[in-house]
Design a protein around this ligand. Sequence first.
Ligand code: AMP
Length: 542
Amino acid sequence: MRGLMMDRPLLISSLIRYAAEYRGAAEIVSGSPEDGLHRYTYRDLETRSKRLGKALERLGVRIGDRIATLAWNGYRHVELYYGVSGIGAVCHTINPRLFQDQIRYIVNHAADRVLFLDPGFVPLAEELAPHFPKVEHYVVMTESAKMPRTRLENALCYEDLLAAESADYEWPEFDENTASSLCYTSGTTGRPKGVLYSHRSTVLHAMAESMRDTLDYSMHDVICLIAPMFHANGWACPYAAALVGAKLVLPGQQLDGASLHELFEAEQVTFSLAVPTVWLGMLDYLRKSGKRFTSLKRTAIGGTAVPLAMMKAFDEYGVNVIHAWGMTETSPLGTVCSLPPGVAALPADERDKYRVKQGHGIWGVDLKLAGPDGGELPRDGKSSGELLVRGPWVAAGYFNDEEATAAALADGWFRTGDVSTLDEDGFMTIVDRSKDVIKSGGEWISSIDLENAVMAHPDVQEAAVIGVRHAKWDERPLLIVVAKEGRRPDKQQLLGLLAQKFAKWQLPDDVLVVAELPHTATGKVNKLALRDRYGDHLLRTA
Ligand code: AMP
């Protein structure tokens, strides 16, 4: 027998409609080098998102079409989140820090029809446009008086598009499983993989994310989203903030400690989300300036492990760190380290042992550990294996990529590539990574791609790139090579070769020439052994 309850679709437009209706006066404040500090309300946000939706329909955009963004965190970007998904098209956020070849691959693979860009990305788009045969329009996110001169054909002005439309529009209703947004993750090789979210997954995730023991979103909060909106839907913050009607603050490009602190104080920010590298800058600024926070109560930190020292530093400022783990493929929230009553009451030293864990599962996300043969490992806090997850906001595959999909899934579970333990209470701790990637300041660097490129050098016999600890960026790549007989590879030459193919921030920080590399029983380079031996190389040589 079926339940006799209304079958209303879970749509992203319901979030902005709710915020506009019940928290219509709450503000969205955003900083941009172009406009200074801009502020308006959820009511304005919904009105303008509707006008954007109508403008897209006028451009011929239909349900399922991919609409790309190259933009920092700002109010127009939020309008795209709602306007694009709201009409049933797919909001495809692109990471502008990626190497140009990757951006080219992503735009073509997604078959984006329209590309929205901040004015600062016009030169990048001009360079890439000849390689984007499917992009029909470039929309520069500015007003006509500030429209930059551009070689882009079909360049349109964002504010002109909106000005031509009225807000007289009802958000359409469609199946909640319709695709809503798309985000590529650069994973183990240079070929990025697209995670295609749905309206249903996004709304359910926003509800779970805002729960008290998850990130605890409330209409009483002033939330500053520092994590980029092109990374896993800005950690889904723009959705969760609307769901509760919280004031939202978007910092634009100014992410140094001093600028962020000034913004936090001016807007009385209570809660903020970012990777550890950003917080290091903030803590450094506070130490040097002697300043404190008058409103900040908590921060959600994830993307890489949060060091205990950082949590303790925030303790001193009266700010609670919520350590969270997730992935682009998990929308992104998978686990969160909120402490249950028994643990919260423990003496500080005992409590700290829990705080550094990546956290417990949240409702909606199932976790399990798989051993080398795929069998499930016990939850004893000691056995470590690959972490598998499943749930309504976990990816069931990659967009138009059967090979990557097949590799990522096992019996209905998603393979995270993270090696972890689970204890009896369901607390998860990441102990290693089986995927061959380096995460530097929240951005991925593929070790395999660097290795393949350096192997092209005539002096190199064998090469391995590993992630080693770094005080600011968490991890940085270290290149270790074995020379061909009679050859002496030159560090600068090797780096020069890589610089032709990789962005500057992706290049190894150092190059070591060694007599031989350790190997596993199956003949692969033993990266675990290399990390054990050289893990502190940059800390030692700094
Ligand atoms: P991304 O898809 O770029 O968000 O990266 C997801 C990956 O970041 C995970 O699979 C982990 O390897 C890593 N990660 C995310 N959060 C944490 C955390 N709290 N501690 C350690 N690693 C993390």
